[in-house]
Design a protein around this ligand. Sequence first.
Ligand SMILES: [Fe+2]
Length: 250
Amino acid sequence: MLTDVFSAAAPYLIQQDYAAYTPEQHAVWAELVGRVLPQLEQHASRAYLDGLEIIGLQQDRLPDLAAISTRLGPRTGWASTPVSGFLPAPAFFEMLAARCFPTTTWLRSRHSMDYTPEPDIFHDVFGHVPMHSHPVFAGFLQHYGRVCAETPDPFVLEKLGRIFWYTVEFGLIREAGAVKVYGSGLISSRAECANVFAGNCTVRDFSLDDVLNTPVKVDELHKLLFAVRSFDEIYAAMHEAEERARMGRL
Ligand SMILES: [Fe+2]
C-alpha cells in the first residue's frame, strides 16, 4: 500500500477512476494533443518523443496511469501516481524521491484549453511523464526530490526550485545544433513553445550559476531560458547544488 510508504503525501493519494471519464473528456484530450503534436514533432527533444512511444500514450483517449506505470517501471523505476491535486512541497518532494510522480487525474474543460492555474492530467502526463523514461533525466529528478525533501531551509528550497523550473518545467536541449524543448511547461503550452521559436526568448547555455541567479517569473512568457547539450549536465548540476547546499554556499 502506497499509503504505508508515504507520510507527508499519504493524504493526497487517490485512485484514478478511469471509467468515470466521459466521451467529451476523451474528446477534449484528443483535441489538446492534436493541437500541440505538429509543433512538437518539429521542436520536441528526441528523449521526449521517444518517451511518448515508450509510455504508450494514445492521442484519442485519456491515459490510464496504471498502464503507464507498468510500462515505465521496468525502464527507470518511475510510476505515475494519482493524487488529488496540488501537493504541498514536502509531499511533492517525498514522492519524487521515491520515483512516484504526483499526477492529477482531472482534465481542463473545453473552455480553458490554453491555460489552467493548476496542473491537470494533460500537463502532468503529456507534459511530464514521457521524460521519466529517460534514465539520466529519471535519476536527476529522483535526486532533486531527495535533496529537497532533506532541506528545511526555505532560501535553499527557493534556489533549488529555480533548477526545477529551468529544467523540468522549461528546459531546452541542443540536438545536432538545433534547440529542442523537453520541459513540460513548453511541451504542454502552445504559446510558451511558440514563444521560444519566434525568437522572443534568449537561449543561453545551461549553467548552474546562471540558473540559480535567475528568479522564476510566472506571469509572462519567458525572455530567457537555458539549453543543455545532454541530460548529463543537469544530473551533474544537481550533485553540485547538493554539495553547495551542504556547505551553505548555494
Ligand atoms: Fe509541471
